[in-house]
Design a protein around this ligand. Structure first.
Ligand code: GRF
Length: 234
């Protein structure tokens, strides 16, 4: 059942739960981490209202179907006009009564209409410690290949707000792992995914749901639990 049907409206127009839309393109390991955290009540007052995939064959779709979460495919191949893609995306997000958009392995750049409508309400997980190894073309194995090639001794993952540029919005959370001499890009990628991405993405969602994330001067300030009471949600 879509989240919107079971929540009803709170006075003042805010729903009792925070609805998140999760955008995917691939295997869905980050989506799985979000769904597992939600099932274990580790996300706080959150409902995953829809999963939107840019690829019809993404395994993330199967993962969402197993959890009975509504799925929509908006294929970048089939909807080649970016403005039409944005229009369809906005319509789907509005229908799902979305509060926060979570990019979990989503490989397309959202257009300006979506980014401005959801300013500081779209978060992305990137597999490096931004500002290292990020920007256009830096996705999948490439950030890890670059980290190995550069010989860095730590790498990790970053959750950040999305603006109109790749991997450029205010940073919410980061988590690091050591890079070992014997690491390959693949072994580093696996450690970053399991020890960093799948930990900080659910945590960032919980912090936002608890009104503990504020953006000032293009930087994120994380509030302690006691300071968040009464704060308006993003
Ligand atoms: C992950 O490494 C994530 O950092 C990047 O996309 C990759 C695949 O994610 N954004 P998933 O398995 O589809 O969640």
């Amino acid at each position: 059942m879509p989240c919107g049907d079971i929540l009803g409206e709170k006075p003042g127009g805010k729903r009792s739960k925070m609805n998140i839309a999760v955008l995917v393109s691939g295997g869905g390991t980050n989506l799985q981490a979000i769904m597992d955290a939600n099932r274990n009540n580790q996300l706080g007052n959150v409902c995953i209202s829809i999963v939107i995939s840019s690829k019809p064959d993404a395994y993330a779709i199967k993962r969402a179907e197993i959890e009975n979460i509504p799925v929509l495919v908006l294929s970048k191949k089939e909807i080649s006009d970016p403005r039409e893609y944005d229009r369809r995306m906005l319509s789907a997000l509005d229908r799902a009564q979305t509060d926060i958009v979570v990019l979990a392995g989503f490989l397309s750049l959202l257009g300006p209409d979506v980014v401005s409508r959801y300013e500081n309400r779209i978060i992305n997980i990137h597999p490096s410690l931004i500002p290292a190894f990020c920007g256009p073309g830096m996705y999948g194995i490439r950030p890890h290949q670059a980290a190995i090639d550069r010989g860095v001794k730590v790498s990790g993952a970053t959750v950040h707000f999305v603006n109109r540029n790749y991997d450029d919005g205010p940073i919410i959370l980061q988590k690091a792992v050591c890079v070992f001499n014997e690491d390959t890009p693949e072994s580093l990628q696996l450690r970053v995914m399991t020890e960093c991405e799948q930990v900080i993405l659910p945590k960032a969602i919980r912090l936002i749901a608890e009104n503990r994330v504020i953006v000032e001067n293009n930087k994120v300030i994380l509030l302690a639990e006691e300071d968040a009471a009464g704060k308006e949600r993003l």
